[in-house]
Design a protein around this ligand. Structure first.
Ligand SMILES: [Zn+2]
Length: 256
């Protein structure tokens, strides 16, 4: 959320109160309550600001891709920024400048989640993200990345709401629902999706374009009633009833 508009409104209100109406000051530096970028970023740049950008464009790696969140602005990041810009009708030059950052500010809430997803809906197990296979901070960070991927997917599918049924699980929550011992839900990056208005197969197919290396859906054991998307080190896609084929190198235990 952009603070500038809030501050401008405040200034105008104050000015009206004083009997003088003045326009908002010309093009002040954008401020954002979540994160504010201080420089234009292009190929060759590195740093935490690059990594923050990579998280926001993690849903734009192209079909089958996964964007590295390494703080190094390489060709993959340039391509992802370009796809983000194209998706929102911005000048698509692969350089993240004021127009790109303004769009990101518009898309993010004050807790850095994208506007259409929340930490709460990605965790119906506990309130503090503890007890999984990673620290609570890591689980939350992983969930944040998945939310940005979902935001990209949502936009690509016409900005219709995506139905989230859950995400993070502690070991005890995972055991309680019979989840696989290595379930990505224990890491915070797995999200289970309801059919919504899109339908399971449209979701499973679309997810291939948005950085999800794990996609399980109809036709895969235990997944006829939801689509599971997550991150894993090697790709594993299986939703045979949807034409989403298995391309992983190992058999994954059934996950619910
Ligand atoms: Zn799942």
């Amino acid at each position: 959320m952009n603070l500038r508009s809030v501050l401008s409104l405040f200034a105008i209100t104050a000015a009206i109160g004083a009997g003088v109406v003045t326009p908002a000051s010309a093009d002040p530096a954008p401020l954002d309550a979540c994160y504010t970028w201080g420089r234009t970023l292009s190929e060759g740049a590195s740093g935490d600001d690059v990594r923050q950008l990579q998280i926001r464009v993690a849903g734009y790696p192209g079909y089958g891709g996964v964007l590295a969140l390494d703080g190094q602005f390489g060709p993959g990041t340039k391509a992802a920024v370009t796809r983000f810009q194209q998706a929102y009708g911005l000048g698509a030059d692969g350089i993240a400048g004021p127009a790109t950052f303004s769009k990101i500010y518009e898309l993010q809430d004050n807790d850095c989640t994208p506007v259409n997803f929340t930490y709460d809906e990605l965790n119906n197990c506990n309130s503090d993200w503890s007890g999984g296979n990673v620290s609570a901070a890591t689980a939350r960070a992983n969930a944040l990345v998945s939310m940005w991927k979902l935001q990209a997917m949502r936009h690509a599918m016409g900005d219709r709401p995506i139905d989230v049924n859950g995400g993070f699980r502690s070991v005890s929550c995972n055991n309680a629902v019979g989840g696989a011992p290595a379930s990505r839900h224990l890491y915070g990056d797995a999200v289970d999706l309801g059919a919504g208005s899109q339908g399971f197969c449209a979701l499973a197919r679309q997810a291939r374009n948005h950085g999800f290396s794990e996609i399980l859906g109809p036709g895969y054991v235990g997944h006829d009633d939801h689509v599971h998307v997550a991150h894993r080190s090697t790709r594993f896609w299986s939703a045979p009833s949807c034409g989403v084929s298995r391309e992983g190198v190992e058999e994954l235990p059934a996950d619910r």
